[in-house]
Design a protein around this ligand. Structure first.
Ligand code: NDP
Length: 461
């Protein structure tokens, strides 16, 4: 057995990389983690965590409006962007510090440098100019926001990473894209009083989610003043005096804006890592190709998280990392099961979804019984708030198993975490209904949907 400097070198100190490094080190392995920017990764530094704080901030405008119906007068409310921005950055930096503390406590060596593979067991530190060897190497470099380089003036737009650090809140923003990031930032900006336009190439936002849920979310965002232009893309951004931008669309429309946000997807961080030179296979999208144990085609190299472009969510990266350590450092081969992973979009209304959409279930040949409930939660009635909640259960007609749960409305992300347990456990609709309601809540509707809206008796043709 050759002698290596480390048992494990992890490249990238985000959620997946940090978890793998800490757990492997706790098992007695000698571990180093290499990070080129700041410990924490996308989730902590420029993703989930700061985004959620901005979402919380954006919810106050509606809360102040709702308050009137409950007897409150809030006519002094003012919003100050720098206060929020700086508070969020302070918290993010505190969390990054905690990550470092935890890595130190676990005896992981943190190396601040840019890493590049220079062999199946060797990593080059490009700033320091020296190479380190390891028995195993874990690629956990995440992804970055994609920009359509071919679009004229694309550099005048910002990405979600820049949005957290804006000098000032724009008066008008145009957001390109109709996915997670586009809708979350549309929610944030419009909630903070910014005139917000979403430009989306498809027919309806949130492709991949259930069709009823997509329609509900789009209609509600529009009801609250977000303009959504479907079937169009940004063809050019031109600079106007005073930092203004003129945005030309493929449908010949022109919109003036103060900021343009690219939210058109993310790309795995594999460029310049020496992966191809080390013989690691990449997908056409540039993701590291791995098997269910997160093994690449090179026996000493593994990859977890967004760089593998499987399900690009923090908890998934963490579970992949845990499975990697179980398999490689505890001799317990473990593959993380990617089925029935719940997801949440922190839009207005927020979304929670788990399992199959109606379309996916039909595509898999299931006969379906569909339960759907659209109602105004009791808080909104007194508030005079027109926002309605949507709950939908996709049930297999033959087995009665609940295949998918789709919720849009207040607290949907919190509810879906619990519903996901039942879906993952394969419970039937009858078992859901055996569960007594909690009253008065919105979530009780999940166990009270008695009458289906549709029921397939025959197998699909
Ligand atoms: P998404 O894949 O969710 O959305 C990308 C959007 O950009 C889609 O609407 C897509 O359209 C559109 N698009 C893609 N390419 C182009 C193009 N060339 N021109 C115009 N439009 C284009 O990616 P996001 O960047 O929003 O988020 C990345 C991932 O990060 C998510 O998939 C999710 O896994 C994760 N994430 C999770 C969050 C959460 O858990 N709440 C929050 C934010 C991100 P189309 O639909 O037609 O493909």
């Amino acid at each position: 057995m050759p002698q290596y400097d480390y048992d494990l070198i992890v490249i990238g100190a985000g959620s997946g990389g940090v978890r793998a490094a800490r757990l492997a080190s706790k098992s007695g392995a000698k571990v180093a983690i290499i990070e080129q920017v700041q410990v924490g990764g996308t989730c902590v530094l420029r993703g989930c965590v700061p985004k959620k704080f901005l979402v919380y901030a954006s919810e106050y405008s509606q809360a102040f409006r709702d308050a009137k119906g409950f007897g409150w007068t809030v006519d002094w409310a003012r919003f100050d962007w720098p206060t929020l921005r700086d508070a969020v950055q302070n918290e993010v930096n505190r969390l990054s510090g905690l990550y470092i503390k935890n890595l130190n406590a676990a005896n992981v060596e943190i190396i601040e440098d840019r890493a590049m593979l220079d062999g199946p067991n060797s990593v080059r530190l490009t700033r320091e100019g020296k190479s380190l060897s390891a028995a195993r190497i874990l690629i956990a470099t995440g992804g970055h926001t994609y920009r359509p380089e071919e679009t004229l003036g694309q550099e005048l737009g910002i990405t979600s990473s820049d949005a957290f650090l804006l000098e000032e809140l724009p008066a008008r923003v145009v957001i390109a894209g109709g996915g997670f990031i586009a809708l979350e930032f549309a929610t944030i900006f419009s909630g903070l009083g910014v005139d917000t336009t979403v430009v989306y190439r498809g027919e309806r936002v949130l492709r991949g989610f259930d069709h009823d849920l997509r329609a509900h979310v789009q209609a509600d965002l529009e009801r609250t003043g977000v303009k959504i232009l479907c079937g169009s893309t940004i063809s050019e951004i031109a600079a106007l005096p005073g930092n203004r931008k003129l945005v030309s669309l493929s449908n010949s429309m022109r919109i003036e804006a103060d900021q343009v946000l690219w939210a058109v997807g993310r790309t795995p961080n594999t460029a310049g890592l020496g992966l191809e030179e080390a013989g690691v296979k990449l997908s056409p999208r540039g993701a590291v190709v791995v098997d269910e144990y997160s093994r690449t085609n090179v026996p000493s190299i593994w990859a977890v998280g967004d760089v593998t472009d499987r399900i690009n969510l923090t908890p998934v990266a963490i579970r992949e990392a845990v499975a990697f350590v179980e398999s490689e450092f505890h001799e317990r081969p473990t593959a993380f099961d990617h089925a029935d992973v719940a997801s949440a979009v922190f839009s207005r209304p927020p979304v929670g979804a788990v399992g199959l959409t109606e379309e996916e279930a039909r595509g898999k040949g299931h006969r379906l019984t569909i339960y759907r409930s659209v109602f105004r939660p009791m808080k909104n009635i007194l508030a005079g708030n027109e926002q309605r909640m949507l709950m939908k259960l996709v049930v297999d007609s033959k087995t009665d198993r609940v295949l998918g749960v789709h919720i849009a409305g207040a607290d949907a992300p919190e509810m879906i975490q619990l519903a996901a347990i039942a879906v993952k456990a394969g419970l039937t609709k009858a078992q859901w209904d055996m569960t007594c309601a909690v009253h008065p809540t919105a979530a009780e509707e999940l166990v009270l949907m008695g009458e289906p809206v549709s029921h397939d008796n025959e197998a699909p043709a």
